[in-house]
Design a protein around this ligand. Structure first.
Ligand SMILES: Nc1ncnc2c1ncn2[C@@H]1O[C@H](COP(=O)(O)OP(=O)(O)OP(=O)(O)O)[C@@H](O)[C@H]1O
Ligand SMILES: [Mg+2]
Length: 257
């Protein structure tokens, strides 16, 4: 099976600073793939490279079967309409209503009628569990959890095959975060999409992530299922996972490790 995303030998530098030095990973169809690593390890930068907002200094990235190296403008536009993104910071345009926010890409990439657009917006609101009246509100009138859902609805507007989520549960309370995790799994199952999710939320990692990569020391120091990753002796991995608190909470999952 061909991976949905294949990252090979990626090197990223900003001036004198090397952020990635030979990053390799692959993401399979239909999985929820986690990208972990400490703050500043280059998770968001890697995601931006996958969605062509940044270009690595070396290496190869292919997404949905297309190499991003030297990609034509037309292919790039096609690819862009085939993924949805929930960014780490600032998800929505504050001057637009929620419905207008969700419709931004539909307006940009399609010629569908306003009626069709309105219908699609309503169905996306329902898909993420927001009531229809929320569409008329502005972002400032929503709670943090509702904003995340609205941003997710916008990411799904073009019915993408691939969804990128940068820290989707950060800033949510534990119940809101678990509800959001549940929604991501439901959407993956319902829509058959592949989800790439940057996270440091241990609950998400243990409960919804299928496979993951841990970024440290400028490359991937552990990759695979949680059982694979827990075998790693890398200090960051040990620090992150193997304290007593984690063991106690997830002992069912990690008892065989
Ligand atoms: N456009 C840019 N220009 C220069 N340096 C950048 C740029 N974007 C990111 N960096 C640097 O690259 C490094 C990695 O940043 P990145 O945002 O990927 O971290 P992260 O792993 O997502 O961290 P966090 O968990 O805090 O979100 C940081 O040192 C950051 O300052
Ligand atoms: Mg980040």
């Amino acid at each position: 099976m061909n991976p949905v995303i294949d990252v090979k030998g990626v090197v990223t530098r900003f001036g004198e600073r090397t952020i990635h030095d030979d990053v390799n990973l692959h993401i399979n169809e239909n999985e929820i793939y986690g990208i972990l690593g400490e703050s500043g390890s280059g998770k968001s930068v890697l995601m931006k490279e996958m969605i062509m907002l940044l270009e690595p200094n070396a290496g190869k990235i292919s997404v949905l079967g297309r190499s991003l190296n030297g990609i034509s403008h037309k292919d790039a536009q096609e690819l862009r309409s085939d993924w949805g993104v929930l960014f780490q910071f600032g998800a929505l345009y504050s001057s637009l209503t929620i419905s207008e926010n969700i419709a931004v890409q539909l307006k940009e990439y399609t010629n569908i009628s306003k009626m069709m657009r309105d219908n699609l917006v309503r169905s996306k609101l329902a898909l993420v569990g927001l009531e229809p009246h929320v569409g008329a509100l502005y972002p400032a009138e929503l709670s943090g959890g509702m904003i995340k859902r609205a941003a997710l609805a916008r990411a799904l507007a073009m019915e993408p095959h691939l969804l990128f989520l940068d820290e989707p549960t950060s800033g949510l309370d534990p119940i809101g975060a678990r509800n959001f995790d549940g929604l991501i799994v439901e959407l993956r199952d319902l829509l058959g999409i592949t989800v790439v999710m940057i996270t440091h939320d241990l609950d998400s990692i243990f409960s919804i992530v299928d496979r993951m990569a841990v970024l440290a020391d400028k490359h991937v120091v552990a990759e695979g299922t949680i059982e694979n990753v827990l075998q790693s002796k890398h200090p960051f991995v040990e620090e992150f996972f193997k304290n007593e608190y984690t063991k106690e909470r997830f002992k069912e999952k990690i008892k065989d490790v």
